[in-house]
Design a protein around this ligand. Sequence first.
Ligand SMILES: Cc1cc2nc3c(=O)[nH]c(=O)nc-3n(C[C@H](O)[C@H](O)[C@H](O)COP(=O)(O)OP(=O)(O)OC[C@H]3O[C@@H](n4cnc5c(N)ncnc54)[C@H](O)[C@@H]3O)c2cc1C
Length: 402
Amino acid sequence: MNAPCIIIGGSHAASQLSINVRQQGWTGRIMVISKESSLPYQHPPLSKSFLSEDKLVEDILLKPAEIYTKANIEFRLNVEVNNIDRERMEVTLNTGETLSYNKLALCTGASAIKIPLSDGNLTGVHYLRNVNDAIKIKKGIKAKKNAVIIGGGFIGLETAAVLKQQGMNVTILEAQNSILQRAVSPEIAQYIMALHQENGVNIITSSMAETLEGTDSVTGVRCASGTLIPAELVIIGIGVTPQTALAEQCKLATNNGISVNKYALTSDPNIVAAGDCTNYFHELYQRNVRLESIQNALEQSKSAAASIVDKNISFSRNVPRFWSDQYDIKLQICGLFDGYDEIEIEQDLEKRKLNALYFKKRTLVAAVAVNNPKLLMQAQAAIKAQISLNDEQIQQILMLPN
Ligand SMILES: Cc1cc2nc3c(=O)[nH]c(=O)nc-3n(C[C@H](O)[C@H](O)[C@H](O)COP(=O)(O)OP(=O)(O)OC[C@H]3O[C@@H](n4cnc5c(N)ncnc54)[C@H](O)[C@@H]3O)c2cc1C
């Protein structure tokens, strides 16, 4: 019974879970084991302000060290868990040590999907998942003129906005016929695309990057069409994959992520999981989802912490939420765009405000707001209630603020 609660991971989910489990009344040891070399830090700034401002990782820590010390939470940094033995309730570290656990939490997150466009030795080519990646990109911005971003998802678009504002020539290559295809409706994708084009970013859709040119440093990106786009800085952002290797090794149930129930319990009652690495059945949308957002990581961590002390807090009816900052806009999304059959959009292009509501049989399933946080609060409540809205209620939610 003296073995600690061990949390594997070092980011949003692990940080929140460690504090929550103490708050929930766990009196034993809590140990966070993280591959990272610093305490958990915020990820959103990595594709936003961190790239343009003179910031260090210490400036974006999620919580100051004293908060963890006060809660008596131990950190093992620069250490990786290589193996989990569920029968013996032990984890093995890359240092060779074996540690017993009483409860275990997997917060292993996701890693960037890699594509082999060169032999991997060219400098100036980056993925963006952690602070070390962001630091390398930051150095690149200072020294280079032309950037190509491969992938028109949120991370690629946010990074494009920063690089453009830093005076670089920026091209986004997107393999699909639209940016943000997995993430938003065509109307919003079009709005964001126009925003980037107005700011001078060159967006080429239906275009596959095929190879990276250069000898030591990258000099350009060759597309499948044969076109060569000059670039001394290339950022690849084509999505992430859940880090499930440990879960698979110890034979926990997985399915595009570590399978968890609505209380964040895995198929082993002594092991919880939270954050980008999980997959669960969403009760509002009646399907399995794997979400990549801060809100999901925080809410699941709360449930996971409760489960560790045998309490129940369900997260599976929570409305998914996500935000993105690009140029002078804050885009906020709530809900999922599942099978919507009607859209209501209200926009004021001059004031850069937009509200969009997505309905399935008159029931709100998702909403998008640009520079209007109030809409999201109202929409979230309506999505959760799952009731049909009448025209008056719809118009009230849609109304643009002054
Ligand atoms: C550049 C960028 C910008 C983003 N912007 C936004 C945004 O604006 N809004 C939003 O909602 N979301 C945003 N996200 C997504 C958000 O950051 C993630 O949803 C969130 O970080 C998930 O947290 P997590 O703890 O589940 O996983 P991760 O952040 O992936 O962290 C997992 C951690 O576990 C560690 N780890 C993995 N395996 C092991 C092991 N075996 N042993 C030890 N440690 C291990 C990893 O090193 C890592 O530190 C952004 C992400 C990035 C990369």
